[in-house]
Design a protein around this ligand. Structure first.
Ligand code: DQA
Length: 160
């Protein structure tokens, strides 16, 4: 899974627009945990899994794409909550395809139970999978699922 001589698996956690306001942003929908709270918890999970995290947040679509370009060859996979760019950004999906970084999509809210314009994800078709509607826990489940998938891909195919 790790590239070259690097042994430690590195996972990027990418957060998009308005997620820097978690904690005070529409708490009835997104909960009261701040992004820092969620990332701190995730660092603990990563430690237990024996993987290293890189985390980033931006409110700008171009900056998110630039971060993915920088993470090419650096991270083994990404957990992404692209916020509203989920529903609009073909460019972000192209960046995942162009960098060939495997990713799991996470949303705090159940985007399928909300307004029609939130029900489609531009990213989902290129993702390993998506977790939504489980609040902040979704990040942990996304990280665990991503690491498990990457490990399984590493294992040689069974003979027989
Ligand atoms: C979100 C869902 C999006 O529709 C919304 O634009 C967000 C947050 C979520 O985590 O539930 O910013 O990605």
């Amino acid at each position: 899974m790790a590239q070259g001589t690097r042994q430690r698996v590195i996972i990027g956690v990418l957060n998009g627009p308005n997620l820097n306001l978690l904690g005070t942003r529409e708490p009835a929908i997104y909960g009261t945990a701040t992004l820092a709270d969620i990332m701190t918890h995730l660092e603990g999970v990563a430690g237990a899994l024996g993987v290293q995290l890189r985390t980033a947040q931006s409110n700008s679509e171009g900056a998110l794409i630039d971060i993915l370009h920088e993470w090419r060859g650096v991270v083994d996979g990404v957990v992404v909550n692209a916020g509203a760019y989920t529903h609009t950004s073909l460019a972000l999906r192209d960046a995942f395809s162009a960098t060939a970084i495997p990713f799991v999509e996470v949303h705090l809210s159940n985007i399928h139970a909300r307004e029609p314009e939130r029900r489609h994800s531009m990213l989902a078709s290129a993702s390993i999978g998506m977790i939504c509607g489980l609040g902040a826990d979704g990040y942990e489940f996304g990280l665990r699922g991503l690491v498990r998938t990457l490990q399984q891909r590493q294992q040689p195919a069974a003979r027989g």
